[in-house]
Design a protein around this ligand. Structure first.
Ligand code: HEC
Length: 153
């Protein structure tokens, strides 16, 4: 069920909420809000990456919690992507996103799938470091896959 919710959330990343959210948020604030969500992502993956590398002791429950945290805030991203945010100073969203929303959405789906799989796998009793490494790696690839194409340096 969680998996399904995340897939739906990523599908609506640049979706139909656009009209309403433009009425609710000033473009500058929406970009700050968006970047803050990505900072939450980074804090969670920082812990997971640390465990993956062996810098932090492995803890399956902790990984599950971090993955769930990402799943909790990820659906909020959608409402931060409305056209008036395009020209905000400080946004690193590449203009390519606006001309190829399907492309960016596809990256969101790859990411959402990896996240859903990590949430499911890390809830299993046999989830160990050997299983965690590739699952966390896939999630991080999901971040990178989108950044490579849609985030400016
Ligand atoms: C579907 C695309 C996509 C995915 C998936 C994605 N990001 Fe990003 N990320 C972006 C874009 C676009 C920006 C730039 C947003 C802006 O500045 O308006 C960004 C910005 C960021 C930032 C900088 C925020 C700031 O303060 O300016 C961090 C950190 C970040 N992402 C981390 C992550 C992590 C970690 C993941 C994976 C867990 C991830 N992102 C997944 C597209 C994505």
């Amino acid at each position: 069920m969680i998996k399904k919710a995340i897939v739906i959330a990523t599908l609506t990343l640049l979706g139909s909420t656009a009209v309403q959210s433009a009425d609710l948020f000033k473009p500058d604030d929406a970009v700050k809000y968006r970047q803050a969500i990505y900072q939450i992502f980074a804090a969670q993956t920082g812990v997971m990456g640390g465990m993956s590398k062996g810098d932090i002791p492995f803890d399956a429950a902790e990984i599950n919690k971090r993955a769930m945290n990402i799943g909790t805030v990820a659906p909020m991203l959608g409402e931060t992507y409305f056209p008036a945010t395009r020209d905000v100073k400080g946004t690193k969203l590449k203009p390519a996103a606006w001309s190829n929303m399907e492309g960016m959405q596809a990256k969101g789906e790859v990411f959402g799938k990896a996240l859903g799989e990590l949430i499911a796998a890390s809830a299993e009793p046999d989830f160990d470091l050997k299983k965690a490494r590739p699952a966390i790696g896939a999630l991080l690839q999901g971040c990178k896959g989108c950044h490579d194409d849609y985030r400016a340096k």
